[in-house]
Design a protein around this ligand. Structure first.
Ligand code: FNR
Length: 190
């Protein structure tokens, strides 16, 4: 059975470059991974006051992440950090206290930007959160996709073979990482 990967896209924009990259990853997946994009756009803002009667959107989101073997984040950078919608999804998944859906999950991060530094700030702010959330994030290869508006042509087709090779290699390394983490099920548990 392929490992089940929940893919979270940090942009809600219809024409999102990051969504296109995530959709490309779904198509490129190696045989030992199955990738599914889990939506974050309809999650009400996290509010502890309503945790006891948690909104159904929170519950469904938590169940979908729990059911995944691992997680993969594909996100732009907003103001040198993580877009608010993605931070909200991370907060929703982290509660109630002691029942975080992120705990011990193998993870990966890809950031993409039309700018020159490929979302480095968001990438590393995510990694900072993963320390506390105990996400077992793959360190290498790192993935900062700069000039991302040049990856696809006007029809939406991939226009850059180097990116295709890079993402294929990234997914192979990620598949190995997930397999290694899952085969040592006690690693990263607390
Ligand atoms: C941006 N953008 C941006 N880009 C970047 O490289 N560093 C940044 O800090 C920011 N900050 C930022 C803030 C806000 C509020 C917006 C809306 C945009 C530009 C951003 O990278 C660009 O719009 C991408 O195309 C967004 O990703 P998607 O939606 O194409 O996936």
């Amino acid at each position: 059975m392929p490992h089940k990967i929940a893919v979270l896209v940090g942009s809600l924009r219809v024409g999102s470059l990051n969504r296109k990259i995530a959709e490309l990853l779904v198509r490129l997946r190696p045989d030992d991974l199955s990738l599914e994009i889990v939506g974050i756009g309809d999650l009400p803002f996290y509010n502890e006051d309503i945790e006891e009667n948690a909104p159904p959107e929170w519950q469904e989101f938590r169940e979908r992440i729990k059911a995944a073997d691992a997680i993969l984040f594909v996100t732009p950078e907003y103001n040198r950090s993580v877009p608010g919608a993605l931070k909200n999804a991370i907060d929703v998944g982290s509660r109630p206290y002691g029942a975080s859906v992120w705990n011990g999950k193998p993870g990966g991060v890809i950031t993409a930007s039309p700018g020159a530094i490929g979302g480095f700030g968001a990438n590393h702010h995510l990694r900072q959160m993963f320390v506390f959330l105990n996400v077992l994030v793959m360190q290498q290869p790192e993935a900062y996709l700069s000039h991302a508006s040049e990856i696809f042509d006007e029809s939406g087709a991939l226009a850059d073979e180097r990116t295709l090779d890079f993402l294929t290699n990234f997914l192979d390394a990620y598949a190995q990482w997930v397999t290694a983490c899952l085969s040592h099920a006690d690693v990263g548990q607390k």
